[in-house]
Design a protein around this ligand. Structure first.
Ligand SMILES: Cc1ncc(COP(=O)(O)O)c(C=O)c1O
Length: 376
């Protein structure tokens, strides 16, 4: 059996969790949370980040910080997870779906300006498959039109765009440390505050609208209600798992990269025979081996491949049902033809199994099965 995904957990995660449970504190902002921040600072130069209970709540915090209101419009790809759109729809803002590029499957930056209206307030690009968007262009457009950019880097921890690390490419970046991501804490995430002028408010929003964090920092001696907010901070027990994962950062990345590279090398023959298209990588990106996608000739071939792989104990999954043509998207009046490339890829993209503890033999077995099924 080759599962689709499996978190890589060792004695180190167990050791730190046990320590947090027995010797530390179980609520948020304890010593392990601070250690995680230090790791991100050391590795990526990130000065201001706040752990959250999920990638979803990191995005929700960003939408509050951006002051998004009912009536505002937000440009977002439809080829993403529901959380990207939910985060600002919870504030009453409306998604304006942008189609994706044929190559990266990321938001097509050339379509953004055509979607801007007087109501547009923000752009939420998504670094799909851990491949950062064309952020220089997106940031230029945002600057020209006075819009805020929130980078959904849920899948892109450790990736780089023109040498700059994903999550730091806009005023806010949002990471996910969900069990299906490269670095996990069960459920968890982080908001990276790249524009430090938002930091004080972010700390308050994350702590139920209070300035409790200033008490922890010794800046004030009692805390009170200052703003709206929620309970966005995770338990230090979960941060202990994340600290171990950060210490194993290179090991996890190298193992995932081995599987990714095996797929990329071994599937070239099938691409030459036009049986599939392999994952595309732009020159200006260093990716994090988060996902391996193949694009199949049709929905029918994809459905058949998924079923036949499953019969052999191999679990591959479709990625997204596009948001604009999902049940809610339809109810809200979006039409499939608004994002034709997304619609097409929604039917043909397939994610192959990929996790750090997968062996080369496992990856070769997947390739062999895909080859057999598609060439029969
Ligand atoms: C692009 C994207 N945004 C947001 C999220 C939400 O992250 P989480 O599952 O940690 O809430 C995910 C996770 O699946 C994602 O892939």
């Amino acid at each position: 059996m080759i599962p689709f995904n499996k978190a890589s957990i060792t004695d180190l995660e167990v050791k730190y969790v046990t320590d947090a449970l027995l010797n530390s504190k179980s609520s948020g902002d304890g010593p392990y949370t601070l250690k995680v921040y230090e790791e991100f600072k050391k590795r990526f130069g990130i000065e201001n980040m706040l752990l959250t209970t999920s990638g979803t709540t990191a995005l929700e915090m960003a939408a509050i910080l951006a002051d998004l209101q009912p009536g505002d419009e937000v440009i977002v790809p439809s080829f993403t997870f529901s959380s990207t759109a939910n985060s600002f729809m919870l504030r009453g803002a409306k998604p304006i779906f942008c189609d994706v590029r044929r190559d990266t499957m990321n938001m097509d930056e050339n379509l953004i300006e055509g979607l801007i209206t007087p109501k547009t307030k923000a752009i939420f690009p998504v670094d799909y498959a851990g491949i950062p968007c064309e952020m220089d262009t997106i940031n230029e457009i945002a600057k020209k039109h006075g819009l805020l950019v929130i980078e959904d880097a849920a899948q892109a921890v450790g990736s780089r765009y023109k040498g700059r690390v994903a999550g730091t490419l806009a005023p806010f970046g949002c990471y996910s440390f969900h069990e299906t991501k490269n670095y996990v804490m069960g459920e968890g995430g982080a908001i990276v505050i790249n524009d430090a002028s938002y930091l004080d408010r972010a700390e308050i929003i994350r702590e139920k609208g209070t300035n409790r964090r200033q008490v922890l920092k010794g800046m004030v001696d009692k805390y009170t209600w200052h703003d709206i907010g929620s309970s966005f901070l995770p338990s230090d027990i979960l941060a202990a798992i994340m600290y171990a994962q950060m210490q194993r950062f290179d090991e996890i990345m190298e193992k995932r990269m081995m599987v990714w590279n095996t797929y990329q090398t071994e599937l070239v023959e099938l691409e030459n025979k036009e049986k599939l298209i392999r994952q595309f990588l732009p020159d200006n990106v260093e990716h994090n081996a988060h996902m391996y996608n193949i694009i199949l000739p049709s929905d029918k071939i994809r459905t058949d491949l998924v079923a036949k792989l499953k019969e052999q104990g191999v679990y591959a999954y479709i990625c997204y049902v596009p948001l604009h043509s999902s049940p809610l998207g339809k109810k809200l009046g979006y039409r499939p033809e608004q994002c034709p490339v997304t619609e097409d890829y929604g039917e043909r993209v397939l994610r192959l199994p990929l996790y750090a503890d997968m062996t080369k033999e496992d990856a070769l077995k997947v390739v062999e099965l895909v080859r057999d099924i598609l060439t029969k």
